[in-house]
Design a protein around this ligand. Structure first.
Ligand code: NDP
Length: 277
């Protein structure tokens, strides 16, 4: 019998998850159907209840429901607890197991696909929303030389930095700052985890944040050369990437968790890549 999965969000038309999981199922020979569910605002629980009642085995969760899924779950994995948000659920009888694979997906894309070790690097993360929160521990586990989080709302950067310090035993210095406190500091890896690229805006950084040989990584995907990546390119950065690999890798983690087999992501990444020109 075909097992049913879906992604729930609002809006949901733009989601690439059905394409990704259907491709994964084909290459791994898994008999699954993966669809999109438009969750009504304020009606997340009812929509998920209905999907489960119809035999659904698991769901991915996208905006604006990641916090609703956190509240809905019966069993939260440490990744979901840390992120305060859920992006994948597995249904077993009355139990709702919940994970957040965004952070591990990002780290796997950088370290494995881009072959760019985080260990020993000076890392700057722009933005202090859900994506940064999810990436925090997986990044710290790679033991960078330091991790600096900057955000428009400085208190949120400070809060995440404190959380990062709390969850490791002092090996990695972690700081939360405002953009104006960056001065002329340079970093080996700069991640744009703000949503600025969705509105084609540039976070208030200077070209000097990119040290020689730096990686510039925009978590937003499918937008081509965003203002952030353009600044990096103009500063002479040659290692540019967007979040398409992160998207594929978090999906592969969910697929492994649901089906027990990890699909290769290369073809899906190639299919979804919008050139950075
Ligand atoms: P949130 O809404 O939780 O956080 C948004 C963050 O962006 C906040 O820190 C906000 O600052 C900051 N911000 C918004 N606009 C600007 C701007 N113009 N200049 C500077 N900072 C700005 O979003 P998420 O953390 O969930 O997502 C962030 C990005 O990551 C999105 O673009 C999303 O598409 C992408 N993403 C990609 C994934 C992938 O698989 N590739 C997975 C998850 C997210 P403030 O707090 O001051 O408002």
């Amino acid at each position: 019998m075909t097992d049913r999965y879906a992604v729930i969000g609002n809006p949901i038309e733009q989601s690439k998850s059905p394409l990704i999981h259907t491709a994964f199922a084909q290459v791994t020979g898994q008999d699954i159907e993966y669809t999109k569910v438009l969750g009504p605002l304020g009606g997340f629980a009812q929509a998920v209840d209905a999907f489960r009642a119809a035999g659904g085995r698991g769901m991915n969760v996208t905006a604006p429901f990641k916090l609703d899924a956190f509240a809905y779950a019966t069993d939260l994995a440490p990744s979901a607890q840390m992120a305060g948000a859920v992006n994948a659920m597995k249904f077993e009888g009355e139990r709702v197991y919940a994970e957040n694979f965004d952070g591990v997906g990002l780290v796997r894309d950088v370290v494995h696909n881009l072959v760019y070790p985080i260990a020993g690097k000076r890392v700057l993360v722009l933005g202090a929303g859900g994506a940064t929160r999810g990436a925090l521990l997986p990044m710290l586990a790679q033991l960078p030389a330091e991790l600096v989080i900057v955000n428009r709302t400085v208190a949120k950067a400070e809060e995440l930095a404190a959380l990062g310090r709390q969850h490791q035993s002092g090996q990695v210095p972690v700081q939360g700052l405002g953009y104006d406190q960056l001065a002329d500091r340079g970093f080996d890896m700069v991640f744009n985890a703000s949503s600025s690229s969705l509105t084609a805006e540039l976070p208030p950084i200077r070209a000097s944040v990119f040290a020689a040989g730096a990686l510039a990584y925009d978590l937003t995907y499918g937008k081509g050369l965003t203002p952030f990546l353009k600044l990096a390119q103009e500063a002479g950065v040659t290692h540019l990437a967007d979040g398409v690999g992160m998207l594929a890798e978090q999906a592969a983690e969910a697929f492994l968790w649901w089906r027990g087999v990890r699909p290769d992501t290369k073809d899906v990444i190639r299919q979804l890549t919008v050139p950075l020109v």
